[in-house]
Design a protein around this ligand. Structure first.
Ligand SMILES: [Zn+2]
Length: 261
């Protein structure tokens, strides 16, 4: 029997999946994927994301304002987010966070704006008692700083780009780490060494589809069924059984997002 998997980060609502979303979901199911967390990007997509998740018991929405789409966010998006969270279908807030890699938004003004939107979403997570899905490109230190300042939060740093030391700090702050396609590339040595050593109860699997395909799927649209490849690679790096890793990461995701059986 296939081990049960949870894709903790998949943009299944985007246009890349408009034509064949059902087929993608069916392949995911066949690969053992039981639940998929679908984080939002911007306010305009929240309604459609809600509809898509309502149609499938596998899909669970998170609502938020992604830092990379900074120019699309308005101040009143935050009050709209607050109102949307009242509806009760969100399993998390996200995708939110900080991106100091993309040049257009990494100047001082861009950074300030990112910080403001990020911390406002952290406040909402506290208010609604929801976990947070965080994007932290070149910004793990600043994310940790915000989490310390606001404290009492829980969540995941997705596609974890930080160090082992930062991973320890994040564990103390009740944050898990998501890993996906990038760990399958043999040249990602630092990342692979890290995923081999971080505590099992801090690990989540993610596809980040349609982005970040694994090494065998390079250049193609990623999809949640590919999670089995990520699972196999991480199990090998950690020198454990794939079923054992599946059980642990599924239990971690279930606990964090309070997912049904
Ligand atoms: Zn994402």
């Amino acid at each position: 029997m296939l081990p049960e998997l949870i894709d903790s980060h998949c943009h299944l609502d985007v246009a890349d999946f408009a034509e064949d979303r059902e087929a993608v979901l069916s392949r995911a199911r066949d690969a053992g994927v039981r639940h998929i967390v679908v984080p939002a990007i911007e306010r305009e997509t929240w309604g459609e994301l809600q509809n898509i998740c309502r149609d499938s018991p596998m899909l669970h929405p998170a609502y938020g304002l992604h830092p990379m789409f900074l120019d699309r966010h308005r101040d009143d998006d935050l009050s709209a987010l607050d109102a949307r969270l009242m509806a009760g279908d969100a399993i998390a807030i996200g995708e939110c966070g900080l991106d100091h890699f993309v040049e257009e938004i990494a100047d001082p003004a861009g950074r300030d704006r990112q910080q403001q939107l990020f911390e406002a979403q952290l406040e909402l997570a506290r208010k609604h008692d929801l976990p947070v899905i965080i994007h932290a490109r070149r910004a793990v230190e600043d994310v940790i700083h915000s989490l310390r300042r606001l404290n009492g939060l829980r969540g995941v740093v997705h596609s974890y780009p930080g160090s082992l030391e930062q991973a320890k700090q994040l564990q103390k702050l009740d944050f898990l780490l998501g890993f996906g396609g990038p760990v399958t590339y043999p040249r990602a040595r630092r990342l692979r060494e890290m995923v081999a050593t971080i505590p099992a109860d801090q690990l989540l699997l993610e596809s980040d589809a349609p982005d970040q395909p694994d090494v065998d799927w390079r250049g193609q649209r990623n999809e949640p069924a590919r999670l089995t490849t990520v699972l196999a690679v991480i199990a090998k790096l950690r020198d454990c059984e794939a079923t054992e890793l599946a059980e642990q990461t599924t239990a971690n995701a279930r606990r964090l997002f309070n997912l049904p059986d």
